[in-house]
Design a protein around this ligand. Structure first.
Ligand code: NDP
Ligand code: 2IT
Length: 444
């Protein structure tokens, strides 16, 4: 058995009951196999064993009190996965499904994603099984303060810099930052995605969605195509989905659907994003409310149904494993020719196989959604310089980074004889830089 497959088998065996983590490492290691096995220095230095074992896992109790005075306890996590190329960097997720497996899969992906941005950032991820839905603002604040009261001792501007993810946006980052500053009495760049008035970067809110579409646009351009007049389906209706839809519309695409975990809306005339923003960003409501504003729009229960809508381009921007093999076959049957992942691991392994077999231009999340963490990196730079760049400057840099990522993954795929296989391209390109840094730093 090859070195790569031996490591994969062992890691799975040593980390039972972590299905999402197994899925992420299986996808990555399988596509890295020919490359890694052709370079015996990786085996000699135990690179894969070390890459698959987080440098540190922190699990902690998060006690908090609800508005009725009842005490609740949640689990808090921070997985500091790999710091070979920079301080740990990656978001915090608040969602009832959060488990060690989910945080480890996200942390593992983050290591390679951050490497692809070209910026000096290692990989980490954190979160809690806390469910923010239906909580008052005071309850959210109390939870964030309790979470940070433990987390603060493990993070730092040069050590580990968390940010947002599902359930954690600017409001939550603000509460987390306020508590950090209060405890350590220091105003440092320990979180990104901050509010603009206290060190946040312009464009960070838009970055993941915009970056996704910049990469898509470049890929289509290099294939003699464009977004113009294409029908686009975007799943989710959170931070990533909204700004992916916005940029796709700005580039002439027709976005016809969005979803949340309960169902999806289809608007044959094209989604009115000002309505979506009012519902989701201002009222914190549900996506079905869209039909109150737009009479031709239809709401359907069940979020998976969104993949049955005929489209040219699909952008899954909600959550892991939201698009399975059947969904992929349905998309292909309906003529979808490009899929870029705004979410982390939204396509199951079977779905990815279907896309690749059918020559769909498929870009995995670790490359396609790297714009968010890239602008987080730019936020860290601005904070270190005690300056603030304009929206236009950051947007330009974001676009440049996404185009570089596309060229990098496309070139690597071509070099290994797998043109347009961006899964292989992203994994090898992301891995090479981290592995090289690890080789040079000795056995640590
Ligand atoms: P948000 O919390 O802003 O939005 C999440 C969206 O996904 C909501 O519409 C939510 O619906 C939906 N969703 C969550 N779980 C499910 C589910 N089980 N089925 C269907 N829909 C679901 O998060 P983000 O937009 O920030 O994150 C979305 C994805 O993008 C995640 O995979 C995240 O890891 C990834 N990502 C985020 C980045 C960022 O900068 N924020 C950067 C790179 C990747 P509901 O309201 O019903 O829960
Ligand atoms: O998955 C991701 O890349 C994020 N949630 C963003 C991480 C960050 O540090 O900005």
């Amino acid at each position: 058995m090859s070195y790569t497959m031996k490591v994969l088998e062992k890691v799975i065996q040593q980390n039972p009951n972590e299905p999402e983590f197994h899925q992420a490492i299986t996808e990555t290691l399988t596509s890295l196999q020919p490359f890694v096995d052709a370079h015996p220095e990786y085996e000699r230095a135990g690179i894969l064993e070390r890459l698959c074992e987080p440098e540190r896992v922190i699990i902690f109790r998060v006690p908090w009190v609800d508005d009725s005075g009842k005490v609740h306890v949640n689990k808090g996590y921070r997985v500091q996965f790999n710091s070979a190329i920079g301080p740990y960097k990656g978001g915090i997720r608040f969602h009832p499904s959060v488990s060690l497996s989910i945080i480890k899969f996200l942390g593992f992906e983050q290591v390679l994603k951050n490497s692809l941005t070209g910026l000096p950032m290692g990989g980490g991820k954190g979160g809690s099984n806390f469910d923010p839905k239906g909580k008052s603002e005071r309850e959210i604040m109390a939870f964030c303060q309790s979470f940070m009261t433990e987390l603060y001792r493990h993070i730092g501007a040069d050590t580990d810099v968390p940010a947002g993810d599902i359930g954690v946006g600017e409001r939550e980052v603000g509460f987390l930052y306020g508590q950090y500053k209060r405890i350590v009495n220091s105003f440092t760049s320990v979180l990104t995605g901050k509010g603009i008035s206290y060190g946040g970067s312009l464009t960070r809110t838009e970055a993941t969605g915009y970056g996704l579409v910049y990469l898509l646009d470049e890929m289509l351009r290099q294939h003699g195509n464009s977004i113009e007049n294409k029908t686009v389906v975007v799943s989710g209706s959170g931070n990533v989905a909204i700004f992916a839809a916005e940029k796709a519309q700005q580039l002439g695409g027709k976005v016809v659907a969005l979803s949340d975990s309960n169902g999806f809306i289809y608007d044959p005339e094209g989604i009115d994003l000002s309505v979506v923003k009012e519902i989701k960003l201002i009222k914190r409501g549900r996506i079905y409310e869209y039909t109150d504003y737009r009479k031709k729009a239809v709401y359907t229960e069940g979020s998976r149904g969104i993949w049955g809508i005929k489209c040219d381009i699909a952008l899954p921007c909600a959550t892991q494993n939201e698009l399975n093999g059947d969904d992929a076959r349905e998309l292909v049957k309906n003529g979808c020719f490009a899929v870029c992942e705004g979410a982390n691991m939204p396509s199951t392994s079977e779905a990815i196989k279907v896309f690749l077999e059918n020559k769909v231009l498929f870009v995995p999340g670790k490359a396609a959604n790297a714009g968010g963490v890239a602008v987080s990196g730019l936020e860290m730079s601005q904070n270190a310089m005690r300056t603030a760049w304009t929206f236009e400057k950051i947007d330009r840099k974001l676009k440049e980074i996404m185009i570089n990522i596309y060229n990098n993954i496309a070139n690597v795929a071509k070099e290994v004889g797998q043109e347009d296989n961006f899964v292989v391209g992203a994994n090898i390109a992301g891995f090479k830089k981290v592995a090289d840094a690890m080789l040079r730093q000795g056995i640590v």
